[in-house]
Write a protein that binds this ligand. Structure first.
Ligand code: FAD
Length: 417
C-alpha cells in the first residue's frame, strides 16, 4: 500500500491534519493510521461530560463517518505503526483485523500523541488502577464504578481535578493525592491553585498535597490501599492516575529522529514548520517538542487541542507549498463544577501576577506579567477577559498592574492601536 501522505494518529492532530490538507486542495492519496478502534473523536470530554454520562460517544466524533469517505481519506483503525524506515519511506504496521503489513509514504505526519504515564511504585499494575486517555480507559472505569465508593485520584493536574469534580458529582468520595505542594503547580500560579483547592474541598474532595504515593497494596489482586511516602495508608476502592503522558515517539526515535535533550519534556524535535530531523517527516500535537516563542523560545511540548490543530495547519501549509512558521498563542480550557477556566498564553517565567475581579464572586482573572508585559491569563468564568486578553498576550503589551486590576475598564482598552 502507498499513500502520498500518511498521518500516524487519529486524534485531534491527525484528524485536523487530514481535514486541513483537503481544505487546502491537497489532491493526493491520504491515510490516517490509528491504533484506537474508533474514528477520530474528541478527547477533552473523557474527563468531563463523557465520564459524567452526559455526552454520548457518537457526539464526540470529530467528524461524521461520511466526512472521511467523501474526502477520500482512508482511515485505518486498530492499526499501529511499529517501525519507520525513513530512508525507504516505509512503515511497518500491526493491525487487529488483518495483521498489518508495510505501508509506504511520500510524506509522513506523526501525530501519535502520548500514552498515559503510569505509576512506577510497587502495586502500580493491580486491577482497579485506571488512567484516562482513551474512550476504552473511561469505559473500563465507568464499568467498575457502580455504587458510590472511595476513589483515589493521583495527580492534581487538569485531568485529576476534572475527574475529581465529576466523580464527586456522581456521589463518589474522592481523595486526591498531589506530590507537589499545590495542585496545578506546573501550569498556573499559586493563586489559582489556592482557589481550585478551596473549591474542591468545598465540594467534599479531600486534597492531600505534598503526598507522594509510595505503593499501592491490594486485596484479592485489586488495589485496596494507597500507601504514602510519609507512611500513611488510605483504604480506597479504585485509583485513577493522572500524572501526565509519555510521548508516543519510539518508532520515530528508533528511525533516527532527533528527540529532546536529557531533562527536556521528551517527544520528537520539530522546527518551526513542524519538520522533524528526518526527510519528509513532520510531527504535530502533544508529541512535538518545539521552540515556542510564548515560552521565551524554550523547547516545550504543548498538550492542547489548540496546539494540535494549529500545528496541523502549519504542516498543511508546508505540504501544499505555502509555508508559514508555527506561531500561535497557546490557549486551553478546563471545566470543573460550574467553573469554566480559560487560559491564554503561558505563565512560565512570570514575575508578577495581577488579580482582576474577586474570586469570592467565582468570576475573576489572573493576569501574568513578565518584565511588565502581559504573557498569560487564567480566566475563571470570565470569558470577556479571555477573549480581550488574547491581543495583549499576542503582542506582549506592557500595561500597569493597577490598570489591569480595574474591572471597570475592559481589557480591550489596552489593545495596541
Ligand atoms: P491524541 O489526540 O492523543 O491522538 C494520538 C492518536 O495516535 C491516538 O489515537 C493514539 O492511539 C494514536 N497512536 C499513538 N501511537 C500510535 C502508533 N504507533 N500507531 C498508530 N496510532 C498511534 N486539551 C484541551 O485543549 N482542553 C481540554 O479541556 C483537554 N482535556 C483533556 C482531557 C483528557 C482526559 C485528555 C486525555 C486530554 C485533554 N486535552 C485537553 C488534551 C488534548 O486532548 C490533547 O492535547 C490532544 O488530544 C492532542 O492531540 P494529538 O493528535 O497530539 O494526540
Amino acid at each position: 500500500m502507498h499513500f502520498d501522505v500518511v498521518i500516524v494518529g487519529g486524534g485531534h492532530g491527525g484528524a485536523a491534519q487530514a481535514a486541513q490538507l483537503r481544505q487546502r486542495g491537497f489532491a493526493g492519496s491520504l491515510a490516517i493510521i490509528t491504533a484506537e478502534p474508533e474514528l477520530p473523536y474528541e478527547r477533552p470530554p473523557l474527563s468531563k461530560e463523557y465520564l459524567a454520562g452526559e455526552k454520548s460517544f457518537e457526539r464526540m466524533l470529530l467528524r461524521p463517518p461520511s466526512f472521511w469517505t467523501e474526502r477520500n481519506v482512508e482511515v485505518l483503525t486498530a492499526t499501529r505503526v511499529t517501525a519507520v524506515d525513513a530512508a525507504a519511506h516505509r512503515l511497518t504496521t500491526t493491525a487487529v483485523e488483518n495483521g498489518g503489513g508495510d505501508i509506504s509514504y511520500g510524506q509522513l505526519v506523526w501525530a501519535a500523541g502520548g500514552d498515559a504515564r503510569r505509576l512506577g511504585c510497587p502495586g502500580h499494575d493491580l486491577a482497579g488502577i485506571h488512567v484516562i486517555r482513551t474512550r476504552a480507559d473511561v469505559d473500563a472505569l465507568k464499568a467498575e464504578l457502580g455504587a458510590p465508593c472511595h476513589v483515589a485520584v493521583v495527580g492534581g493536574g487538569y485531568i485529576g481535578l476534572e475527574s475529581a469534580a465529576v466523580l464527586t458529582k456522581l456521589g463518589h468520595r474522592v481523595t486526591l493525592f498531589e506530590a507537589l505542594d499545590r495542585v496545578l503547580a506546573r501550569v498556573a500560579g499559586p493563586e489559582l491553585s489556592r482557589f481550585y483547592q478551596a473549591e474542591h474541598r468545598a465540594h467534599g474532595v479531600v486534597i492531600e498535597t505534598g503526598a507522594q504515593v509510595a505503593a499501592i497494596t491490594g486485596a484479592d489482586g485489586r488495589a485496596a490501599v494507597v500507601v504514602l511516602a510519609d507512611g500513611r495508608s488510605i483504604a480506597v476502592d479504585a485509583v485513577i492516575v493522572g500524572i501526565g503522558i509519555v510521548p508516543a515517539v519510539q518508532p520515530l526515535l528508533e528511525a533516527g529522529a532527533r528527540g529532546g535533550a536529557v531533562g527536556s519534556p521528551g517527544g520528537v524535535w520539530v522546527d518551526d514548520h513542524c519538520r522533524t530531523s528526518l526527510a519528509d517527516v513532520f510531527a504535530i500535537g502533544d508529541c512535538a517538542l518545539h521552540a515556542n516563542s510564548f515560552a521565551g523560545g524554550a523547547e516545550i511540548r504543548l498538550e492542547s487541542v489548540q496546539n494540535a490543530a494549529d500545528m496541523a495547519a502549519t504542516v498543511a501549509r508546508a505540504i501544499t507549498g505555502d509555508p508559514a512558521p508555527y506561531h500561535a498563542v497557546p490557549w486551553f480550557w478546563s471545566n470543573q463544577y460550574d467553573l469554566r477556566l480559560q487560559t491564554m498564553g503561558l505563565s512560565i517565567g512570570h514575575d508578577q501576577t495581577v488579580l482582576r475581579g474577586d474570586p469570592a464572586t467565582r468570576s475573576f482573572s489572573l493576569i501574568y506579567l513578565k518584565a511588565s508585559k502581559v504573557i498569560a491569563l487564567d480566566c475563571v468564568n470570565a470569558a470577556r477577559d479571555y477573549v480581550q486578553g488574547k491581543a495583549l498576550v499576542e503582542k506582549g503589551v506592557a500595561v500597569a498592574a493597577d490598570a489591569l486590576a480595574d474591572t471597570e475598564t475592559p481589557l480591550k482598552a489596552w489593545h495596541p492601536a
